[in-house]
Write a protein that binds this ligand. Structure first.
Ligand SMILES: *[C@@H]1O[C@H](CO)[C@@H](O)[C@H](O)[C@H]1NC(C)=O
Length: 244
């Protein structure tokens, strides 16, 4: 009776907790997050389960983590990418057998997973396990879950909250752009000052050259006389209304 009870307990709690926390890949390996994707290290040498077990990645909103139900299987509406995060608090994707995470990993091999890289199944309800682009900056928490059949057999810890880039971060380019334009302004003002000096010199040279070469002063006085004459005639035309 007692051994049977123990056996029952063992099967009921047959979920192995792996002391592994999913982590973002280092930026060296192209691990930068984008507005809709992030890159995780593959869970190599983590699971001690049968080769037939399928390792899933669970992506969840942080609120779903404390009472997360592992028995809700992949592909159900509550775990569908298309319903995340409004109708599904988490989705399950990137399923692969343990054989695809060989251990030890060959040295130098890049062993990462890009979450959010599949765009052709975003709206395809027939593909609830779509590895589609994440719907916003998050934060999100992820874990790996191993299933044998539909039975959860092992899991990792939940990751730290992962926050993606927001649309504001490309806006940090304007800060760079303004620094760029400040340099441009300095250069432009230096150039325009130089140009002004050059222009002033040219004008001064022309004036000197003009006054030296021919009777420049007379040509200046002639238009003056014309304007005076014009002014006089204008004045004369003004007089008739004064006479009335
Ligand atoms: C992943 O899961 C889907 C849906 O359950 C299945 O069609 C597909 O064959 C699985 N892929 C792998 C590599 O296990």
């Amino acid at each position: 009776m007692f051994p049977l009870l123990l056996l029952l307990l063992a099967t009921a709690h047959g979920l192995d907790e792996m002391s592994y926390t999913p982590t973002l890949a280092s930026p060296k390996l192209g691990g930068q997050t984008t507005a809709s994707t992030f890159v995780l290290e593959q869970p190599r040498c983590v699971f001690k389960v049968q080769d037939s077990a399928v390792i899933w990645l669970v992506v969840a909103v942080p609120e779903a983590v404390p009472n997360f139900n592992n028995s809700v299987g992949p592909g159900t509406p509550e775990r569908a990418f298309q319903g995340f995060p409004t109708n599904a608090p988490a989705y399950m994707t990137l399923n692969t057998t343990l054989l695809n995470y060989p251990c030890p990993k060959p040295p130098g091999e890049i062993t990462v997973l890009r979450v959010g890289s599949e765009t052709n199944c975003i709206k395809d309800e027939m593909r609830p396990t779509c590895n589609g682009p994440l719907p916003g900056p998050g934060p999100y928490r992820v874990k790996f879950l191993a299933l044998e059949g539909s039975e959860p057999v092992a899991q990792t810890a939940w990751s730290e909250p992962i926050t993606l880039r927001t649309a504001r971060q490309p806006g940090s380019t304007p800060a760079m752009g303004s620094g760029h334009s400040a340099g441009m302004i300095a250069l432009t003002s230096i150039l325009s000052i130089l140009f002004a000096i050059l222009l002033a010199g040219l004008v001064a040279m022309l004036v000197f050259w003009g006054s030296d070469a021919c009777g420049g002063s007379s040509t200046f006085s002639k238009p003056e006389a014309v304007t005076v004459r014009r002014y006089n005639t204008h004045h004369v035309y003004d007089q008739p209304p004064a006479r009335l």
